[in-house]
Design a protein around this ligand. Structure first.
Ligand SMILES: NC(=O)C1=CN([C@@H]2O[C@H](COP(=O)(O)OP(=O)(O)OC[C@H]3O[C@@H](n4cnc5c(N)ncnc54)[C@H](OP(=O)(O)O)[C@@H]3O)[C@@H](O)[C@H]2O)C=CC1
Ligand SMILES: CC(=O)N[C@@H](CCC(=O)OP(=O)(O)O)C(=O)O
Length: 350
């Protein structure tokens, strides 16, 4: 019989936190032992999320790292960037397994992190032990890790689309263009003017053009997969919807003889042991709705014979495969469990 593992969530009051609470309630081996927050400390969780009335009887407590480490074997950090690196070292030192949902532990080179995120880091030694939390690409490293920097939402969708092309040297590396769209929940629960209904509804716009902070994250892992430095053109858009990311990736194929059927075979082989990646049949292109509420990533692949470009479409739920679901998938691997354990397999649909 597998023992129950005690879990804490720091940043429980946010969207990542409430998703984790939902997933952990359905997980057979995980038990929530500590919910921590900042301005929400002292409140009942149902005061923040009344739909959980009579379903979740937990209180948000202050962030007390000693108390959290005493009560929890595993800690999820679901905080804005630049906070986790002040907490993870103490938690790991006290024997907790830590999964960070922010960008703090996603970068192998902390100079790159500081260039894009700022901050003043004194945690180089512990940061060097962190593993990038994208299980389809780093499964065996995650299995051995005590600290995981879970992949970002746009990078998850985009890297799963790009990985087979990069690993097998199929594309001209300087031709990668990524056009991505996200729902408003990607911005978190705190108030932001651009996420007001009156601003975001019935409208589409790009943001962070040529400077979004997911660019260096995508480039770091792309370079790692291809073995050569990679620069990408990445443009995110805010869509008038709540959940979901669709990332459409374009690149020039090196071999002019490759057709869509060849790419389909390559993608199916690459992801044959990846239970959360669903490679669609030729001519079927994913929609965000298909992934919403589930931990799945849907991929559609096409070659345009006129331009010699491959086009890969990738759809995920930004808050499940792009955030909390991915973190639970990583934890399943760290604990030696099946990576599908306790995670939602089908979308809400419609
Ligand atoms: N939303 C998404 O789709 C995705 C988000 N992420 C990342 O996950 C992390 C959490 O995101 P999300 O849940 O959306 O964010 P939210 O804004 O919804 O929640 C933020 C949480 O952080 C806490 N917090 C804020 N400031 C502080 C502080 N100074 N000290 C301690 N705690 C603080 C808040 O606590 P309180 O309310 O008590 O003040 C709240 O619980 C972020 O790093 C985000 O980039 C990653 C992938 C996808
Ligand atoms: C719509 C919206 O604002 N999306 C967010 C998504 C980023 C996010 O969630 O952050 P990480 O994945 O890096 O943790 C943004 O573009 O900043």
């Amino acid at each position: 019989m597998t023992e129950t593992v005690t879990v804490g969530i720091i940043g429980a009051s946010g969207y990542g936190g409430v998703q984790l609470v939902r997933l952990l309630q359905d997980h057979p081996h995980l038990d929530i032992a500590y919910l921590a927050g900042d301005s929400s400390a002292g409140k009942a969780f149902t005061d923040l999320y009344p739909h959980l009335h009579n379903r979740v009887d937990l209180k948000v407590e202050a962030i007390d790292l000693d108390a959290i480490a005493d009560r929890c074997q595993v800690v999820f950090l679901s905080l804005p960037n630049n906070l986790a690196y002040n907490m993870a070292p103490a938690l790991v030192a006290k024997g907790c397994k830590v999964l960070d949902l922010s960008a703090d532990y996603r970068f192998a080179d902390l100079n790159v992190y500081q260039e894009w995120y700022g901050g003043d880091r004194q945690d180089g030694a512990i940061a060097a032990t962190a593993v990038y939390g994208l299980p389809e690409l780093y499964r065996s490293d995650i299995q051995k890790a005590n600290l995981v920097g879970c992949a970002g939402c746009y990078p998850t969708a985009t890297l799963l689309a790009l990985a087979p092309l990069l690993k097998q040297g199929l594309i001209d590396l300087e031709t990668i263009v990524i056009d991505a769209k996200s729902g408003a929940s990607g911005g978190g629960r705190h108030a932001k003017t651009n996420l007001l209904l009156a601003e975001a509804a019935a409208s589409i716009g790009a943001y962070g053009v040529a400077r979004h902070r997911h660019t260096p994250e995508i480039e770091q892992i792309s370079s790692n997969l291809s073995g050569q430095p990679v620069l990408v053109q990445f443009t995110p858009h805010l869509m008038p919807m709540v959940r979901g990311i669709l990332s459409t990736v374009y690149a020039k194929l090196r071999d002019p003889g490759l057709v869509t059927e060849d790419l389909s075979t390559i993608y199916n082989a690459f992801y044959r042991n990846a239970p959360w990646v669903n490679v669609l049949p030729h001519g079927v292109y994913p929609q965000t709705k298909w992934a919403c509420g589930s931990n799945l990533c849907y991929l559609g692949v096409e070659v345009d014979p006129r331009t010699r470009r491959v086009i890969v479409l990738s759809a995920i739920d930004n808050m499940i495969k792009g955030q909390s679901g991915q973190a639970v998938q990583c934890l399943n691997l760290m604990m030696g469990w099946d990576e599908t354990l306790g995670l939602p397999k089908l979308a809400f649909y419609p």
